[in-house]
Design a protein around this ligand. Structure first.
Ligand code: FES
Ligand SMILES: [Fe+2]
Length: 476
């Protein structure tokens, strides 16, 4: 199942590679950051029907979403027995519930009587009593009470427990899967468990959680965060410090892909050279978490002679973070302090690696609407050493017509980061409508830098075909 070898080397941009940039760093390169497998995925065009045809969304609802592992919430959001999160995906709804013994279980949020949702809001529950006719279940899913039992002879002697989905956890995240015969979560996570071990996501807390309704298909939204080709046009303010075209893309397994982009190194696309001070200045202009933590403003940080902006900012970040959370970052590599290290788990989740406060993304269809989607943006910070775990930030909702750049700073997101997301968002409705306007009916993906998108589509085909074969009994 896993890609075995580097048997294929697609053309790369002639600029130095991400791994070559890391050779100049002040610490040894962690092995897991070195180049990984790059299989030949071909160059086939992608039909736009996958994004614009409601029939494809119906197929995803039947054969994709009920069959894959998906991150439903963070463990810290349901710390006590009875704590419940309602997780919804393309018309399905699950109650994610902390049990008395500390375990987490996921029950279908649908009354066994006439189907009403048992809960539409999360919170701490002592039972799930259906608001329609009052039939109730315990928080462990066992049947509790039926006020109209005299009229249900068909239920006598039957198990009326709530049906359950599979639950797994990794690094403080709770995953669910509605397919009782699913590939084990461990197998899906594969290498990501080892690669992320040192970033201790289980000991992080939700610093902010922004949930934005995006006017495009969920895949269109996800794909806007899976390559660096768009930085040159969509995010020009990043180019003085973002080595976009030097980025490294790896297909670690059928389920895990990743992209590494060096920061504090200018893009080869820049029209002129930037001094080390100007590179730092550009970062501060956009809003660096580490520099902001140090109280620095543009023009106030000078790179000492003989140092680069990259090694300087890596050290500033080590010190700033350490002062903030009490952890020791002296052994952390420069890359792990400043770079964009994004791992994706098939099909719709992205987890940033590294020691900085890390972003996590999840994209879902917005109910049954294939033309809008829900993007969750979490920022996870480490629990300060020796201090109690801070409470996770509540979900901060931003509507389809509302602006991230105007509203997200109220959630704790920096204004600079919100501006970057706004730039991404500005394309998306026009990608959706542009695909409908397409004369050719297909999209073309770059062979190297957009291969993570291609891999996702190939896996979509595989998983959905397997689902259809199972449903029709044609599986071999
Ligand atoms: S639908 Fe739930 S008790 Fe009737
Ligand atoms: Fe972007």
């Amino acid at each position: 199942m896993n890609v075995q070898a580097k048997e294929f080397r697609p053309d790369r941009h002639p600029a130095e590679t991400y791994e070559e940039i890391l050779e100049r760093d002040t610490r040894p390169i962690p092995e897991h950051l070195r180049e990984g497998p790059v299989p030949d995925l071909g160059t086939d065009a992608v039909p736009v029907d996958r994004y614009i045809d409601p029939a494809f969304a119906r197929l995803e609802e039947k054969y994709l979403w009920p069959r894959i592992w998906q991150m439903a919430c963070r463990e810290e959001e349901i710390p006590n027995p009875g704590d419940t999160i309602v997780y919804e995906i393309a018309g399905k709804s699950l109650l994610i519930v902390r049990q008395k013994d500390g375990a987490i279980r996921a029950f279908y949020n649908s009354c066994l009587h006439r189907g009403r949702k048992l809960a539409t809001l999360g919170g701490c529950k002592n039972e799930f009593r259906c608001p329609y006719h009052g039939i109730a279940w315990n928080t462990d899913g066992s049947f509790k009470d039926n006020p109209i039992s005299w009229d249900f002879p068909q239920w006598e002697g039957t198990d009326l427990s709530l049906p359950e989905a599979l639950v797994g956890t990794w690094a403080g995240f709770v995953f669910v899967n509605m397919d009782r015969n699913a590939v084990p979560l461990d197998e899906v996570l594969g290498p990501i468990k080892e690669h992320f071990a040192r970033y201790e996501n289980e000991d992080r807390y939700i610093h902010f959680h922004v949930q934005k309704i995006v006017p495009c298909n969920w895949k269109t939204a996800a794909e806007a965060f899976m390559e660096s080709h768009h930085a040159i046009t969509t995010h020009p303010q990043l180019l003085p410090y973002l080595a976009d075209v030097n980025s490294q893309y790896d297909i670690l397994s059928d389920y895990i892909t990743r992209q590494f982009s060096a920061q504090m190194v200018p893009s080869p696309f820049n029209q002129r050279d930037y001094s080390e001070d100007e590179i730092v200045e550009a970062l501060l202009g956009v809003g660096s978490r580490s520099a902001a933590g140090a109280g620095a403003k543009p023009g106030e940080m000078k790179v000492p002679d003989g140092e680069t902006a990259r090694t300087f900012m890596a050290e500033v970040t080590r010190k700033t973070l350490s002062a903030e959370d009490g952890h020791d970052y002296s052994a952390a590599s420069d890359a792990e302090m400043v770079d964009a290290l994004l791992y994706n788990i098939f099909p719709h989740m992205s987890f940033w690696a590294g020691f900085m406060p890390n972003l996590t993304y999840r994209w879902r269809p917005n109910g049954h609407d294939h033309t809008t989607s829900i993007m969750d943006i979490y920022m996870l910070k480490r629990v300060p050493k020796g201090k109690p775990r801070p409470k996770p930030a509540p979900v901060f909702e931003i509507g389809v017509d509302e602006s991230i750049v105007e509203l997200a700073p109220n959630s704790g997101m920096s204004a600079g980061l919100a501006a970057v997301f706004e730039q991404d968002m500005s394309n998306l409705p026009h990608v959706q409508s542009g695909m409908e306007a397409s004369a050719t009916g297909v999209l073309h993906l770059g062979r190297y830098a957009e291969m993570r998108i291609r891999k996702m589509h190939q896996m979509l085909d595989r998983v959905m075909t397997e689902g259809m074969e199972q449903a029709t009994g044609t599986a071999r």
